[in-house]
Design a protein around this ligand. Structure first.
Ligand code: IVH
Length: 673
C-alpha cells in the first residue's frame, strides 16, 4: 500500500475503532463483534508498524480502553492496567514462545501458567490491612471508574481477606462476569418487561456493574475470578504465578478451577484444545485461554511493550460472533403449526462451522431487532446452540434494504394463519392436514426419545410423505420392503433395516407412546405422569378435564389440550389403527408404585448440556424423586455435570452414587414406564 492510501486507511480505521470503543466501553452496547474489532485493530497496528509516521498520539493502538464515565469518581491506577496481545493460530503461539526465548537468550522449555480467559470486565480491588477499600474499572488503563460501592455487593469478592499472611497493601485484579444462566434469566425478565435486551453476558455484567444505584448491581448475579495482582506493599507474595493464584484463593478469592502449569509451549497448545472442548459446557463465557510465564522473576525481566506484557498472551478461540448479510427470510412451519422465520445468510464461518441459516424466532423478535433483508447482522453460534442473530449493524445498512413481511397464509398449505393470544406465536390452524405439520408430527413420532424408529430420520420422512407412501403415522406400519426400496437413494438392504426397525419399535412403553403422539405441551415428563396415573390408554382417553388436572404438574391449559386431542375422531381412529398395527407395552400393574424413583432424593450439580437443569429436575420429579439443593447422607444420587464443584466432592466423601449426564439420560429414558 502506498503511503497516501495507508494514511487514508489509518484515518478510516481510527474512526471506526474509536466509535466501536465508545459503544463497547462507555455505552455497554457493542456495535460490532469482537472478531471484527480484532481484525480492524490488527490492520491498524500492521499499518502503523509499516509506516511509523502514521502513528498518532490519539491512535486507538496507544491505549487500552475508553476514558472513564464522568458519573463515577475517577481512580488513578498505581500500576497501569494493561491488555494482552492475542494469538489466533498455532504459529502465533510458537512465535510468542520464540520471542521470549530469544529475549532471554535461552532454548530451554519455558514454563507457563495456563488459565481460561474470562469474557467479562477487568476489575482492580485494593485491600489495606486486609480490608477492601476501593474497587475500580480498568477505564483507559491509567484512570478507571470508582465502583467501590458496586463491587461490595458481589459475594465472591471478600470484604476482608482470610488469614493474615497478605501484604499490607494489596491490589488484586480479576474479571467480573455473569453466568450464562444468569444472563438468560436477566434477559428473559427484560423481555417480559419490554425493556432493552443485553447482547451477551459480558455486556450484561458491564451494565450491571456500572449502575449508579448499587442495589441494582446487587440484584444481578455477578461473580469475580481473580487472575493477578497490581500494587504489592508491605509484604511478599508467591514468586510463581500459579502459586500466587492459590495464595489469592486461600485469602478468599475465587480463582478458576481450570488453572494448570504447562512445562512447555506444546503443553500450552494441548491445554488450549482441552479448554476449547469444554467451552460450551462451562457455566460462563470464555473467549480463549491465557498463557503467562510462571516465574515472577522472568516476568520482571521481560517487562512490557506499549499496552501489553511480553510475558503473557491471550490465545483466542474461533469467534462465536461474526458479521454477515441477511439475504432473505423463509417461513417454516413447526410441528404444532408455529411459523418460525428463518434467516438465510451469506455463508459465514462462526463458532467453528460455516453457518448459512439462523433462527429469527418470531414476529416480535424481528421487530425487536429492527432487521431488514439486506442488512449486515451479527450472527452468534455458541457450542451446539442454533445460530442466532443478535443485532443489526445499523452503520452498515445499505439504501436497498427491504422490510420483512410476515405471511398471512401458511407457506405449506395455504391456510389463513392465526395469531395466538396466549403467546407471541403465529400458527397454521390446519393440524396434520397441513403437509408441513404432518411431516413434523411423523418425524417426532419416530424420533429417538419417542418411538425410537432407527433410520427413520428427517430426509426419509420427507420422501415417504412426498411419494404418498405415508399419509398418517399409522401408515408407517403398512410399509413393505418392496415399496421402500423403490424410493430414491434407498437400497434393498436399507429398506430391510428400516422395516426391521419399525417392527422392533412396536414394543415400547405407554409413556413413550403418549409422548410420541405429539399432543401439544405433553413433553416427556408429562407423558410419564399420565402413564403412571391412568395406566392404560383406554382410561386416559375417557378422562375428564377435571380428572386430568389431578395428575401431577398438569394445569388447565395442558388438561384442555389433552382432552381436546382425545375427543377428536381423527385421533381416536389413529390410536385405534396404531394399536391394531401391534404397538404394545408392558402393562402397568394397578398396584405398582406410581413412580420408580419415589422416596429417593437426587441432587443436580454442574452444567448439563443435553437438557436444562429445570428439565432434568422436572423429569426426575415425574419419576417420583425429590430434587434437593444440597448433598447430605440422605441423598440417593448426585448428577454431576461439567464443572461440578463442592457438591461433587461432598458426594464422593459420603460415598453417594454419582451419575454423569449421559447416565442420567439413560435413567430418564429407560424409566419412561
Ligand atoms: S491477565 C497484564 N488473565 O482479558 C495481564 N487477563 O484481553 C493482565 N482476562 O484485560 C491480564 N481472563 O480483562 C488475564 N486469566 C486472565 C484473564 C484476563 C480474562 C481479561 C482481562 C484483560 C483482557 C485482555
Amino acid at each position: 500500500m502506498e503511503l497516501e492510501a495507508a494514511r487514508l486507511r489509518v484515518a478510516e480505521l481510527t474512526q471506526e475503532i474509536t466509535k466501536a470503543n465508545q459503544a463497547y466501553y462507555a455505552l455497554d452496547n457493542p456495535s460490532i463483534p469482537d472478531a471484527e474489532y480484532d481484525r480492524l485493530f490488527h490492520e491498524l497496528k500492521t499499518l502503523e508498524t509499516q509506516y511509523p509516521a502514521l502513528r498518532t498520539a490519539f491512535s486507538p493502538s496507544q491505549r487500552v480502553g475508553a476514558p472513564p464515565l464522568k458519573a463515577f469518581g475517577e481512580v488513578s491506577h498505581f500500576i497501569p492496567m494493561l491488555s494482552l496481545d492475542n494469538a489466533f493460530t498455532q504459529e502465533d503461539l510458537w512465535a510468542f514462545d520464540k520471542r521470549i526465548k530469544d529475549r532471554l537468550k535461552t532454548d530451554k522449555p519455558l514454563v507457563y501458567c495456563c488459565e481460561p480467559k474470562y469474557d467479562g470486565i477487568a476489575v482492580s480491588l485494593l485491600y489495606e490491612h486486609g480490608i477492601l477499600v476501593r474497587g475500580a474499572t480498568r477505564g483507559d488503563g491509567s484512570v478507571g471508574e470508582d465502583i467501590t460501592q458496586n463491587v461490595r455487593t458481589i459475594r465472591s469478592i471478600p470484604l476482608k481477606l482470610n488469614g493474615s499472611a497478605w501484604p499490607e497493601r494489596l491490589e488484586v485484579r480479576g474479571e467480573i462476569y455473569m453466568t450464562k444462566t444468569g444472563f438468560a434469566a436477566l434477559n428473559e425478565q427484560a423481555r417480559k418487561n419490554g425493556e432493552k435486551l443485553f447482547v451477551n453476558p459480558r455486556n450484561a455484567a458491564a451494565g450491571s456493574l456500572r449502575q449508579l444505584d448499587s442495589r441494582i448491581t446487587q440484584a444481578r448475579l455477578l461473580f469475580m475470578c481473580a487472575y493477578s495482582v497490581g500494587l504489592v506493599e508491605g509484604g511478599a507474595i508467591a514468586d510463581e504465578h500459579f502459586a500466587l493464584l492459590n495464595q489469592l484463593n486461600s485469602w478468599g478469592f475465587s480463582t478458576s478451577s481450570e488453572i494448570t502449569v504447562a512445562e512447555n509451549i506444546q503443553a500450552c497448545w494441548d491445554y488450549y484444545q482441552h479448554i476449547m472442548q469444554k467451552r460450551s459446557q462451562l457455566p460462563f463465557d470464555i473467549d480463549g485461554v491465557v498463557f503467562k510465564i510462571n516465574s515472577a522473576q522472568l516476568q520482571q525481566q521481560l517487562g512490557f511493550v506499549s499496552r501489553a506484557p511480553r510475558w503473557a498472551i491471550a490465545h483466542k478461540f474461533p469467534a462465536q460472533e461474526e458479521i454477515t448479510r441477511l439475504l432473505d427470510v423463509d417461513f417454516q412451519v413447526g410441528r404444532t403449526g408455529t411459523i418460525t422465520p428463518v434467516a438465510r445468510l451469506e455463508p459465514i464461518f462462526v463458532g467453528g462451522v460455516t453457518v448459512s441459516n439462523a433462527t429469527l424466532h418470531n414476529k416480535d423478535e424481528i421487530m425487536r431487532l429492527g432487521v431488514c433483508v439486506g442488512d449486515s447482522v451479527v450472527v452468534r453460534r455458541a457450542g451446539d446452540v442454533i445460530p442466532q442473530i443478535v443485532s443489526v449493524v445499523l452503520e452498515r445498512r445499505p439504501d436497498s434494504v427491504k422490510p420483512i413481511v410476515f405471511p398471512s397464509l401458511c407457506p405449506a398449505c395455504g391456510s389463513t394463519l392465526r395469531e395466538d393470544e396466549t403467546d407471541v406465536a403465529i400458527r397454521c390452524p390446519a393440524g396434520t392436514l397441513c403437509v408441513a405439520q404432518n411431516k413434523e408430527a411423523i418425524k417426532h413420532y419416530a424420533s429417538r426419545t419417542a418411538m425410537d424408529i432407527e433410520g427413520l430420520g428427517e430426509k426419509l420422512v420427507e420422501q415417504l410423505v412426498d411419494s404418498g407412501l405415508v399419509k398418517t403415522i399409522a401408515d408407517i406400519y403398512f410399509l413393505s420392503v418392496d415399496r421402500v426400496a423403490g424410493l430414491e437413494r434407498m437400497g434393498e438392504k436399507s429398506a430391510e433395516n428400516l422395516i426391521a426397525a419399525i417392527q422392533t419399535s412396536k414394543k415400547t412403553t405407554l409413556a413413550r407412546f403418549l409422548y410420541a403422539l405429539g399432543i401439544r405441551e405433553v413433553g416427556q415428563a408429562t407423558a410419564v405422569n399420565l402413564a403412571n396415573y391412568f395406566k392404560t390408554v383406554a382410561v386416559l382417553q375417557t378422562a375428564t378435564f377435571d380428572e386430568l388436572q389431578k395428575v401431577a404438574d398438569i394445569g388447565p391449559v395442558v388438561a384442555q389440550n389433552i382432552a381436546e386431542y382425545f375427543q377428536e375422531d381423527k385421533n381416536k381412529k389413529l390410536i385405534e389403527n396404531l394399536l391394531d398395527a401391534g404397538i404394545n407395552w408392558p402393562e402397568i400393574a394397578a398396584n405398582s408404585l406410581a413412580a420408580p424413583l419415589s422416596g429417593q432424593t437426587w441432587v443436580l450439580t454442574g452444567a448439563l448440556t443435553q437438557l436444562t437443569r429445570e428439565e432434568a429436575k422436572e423429569r426426575l420429579q415425574a419419576l417420583g424423586a425429590k430434587v434437593a439443593g444440597s448433598v447430605s447422607a440422605k441423598t440417593h444420587c448426585v448428577v454431576a455435570g461439567e464443572a461440578a464443584g463442592s457438591k461433587l466432592v461432598k458426594a464422593q466423601e459420603l460415598n453417594i452414587q454419582i451419575l454423569n449426564e449421559h447416565e442420567l439420560l439413560e435413567v430418564l429414558n429407560n424409566a419412561m414406564v
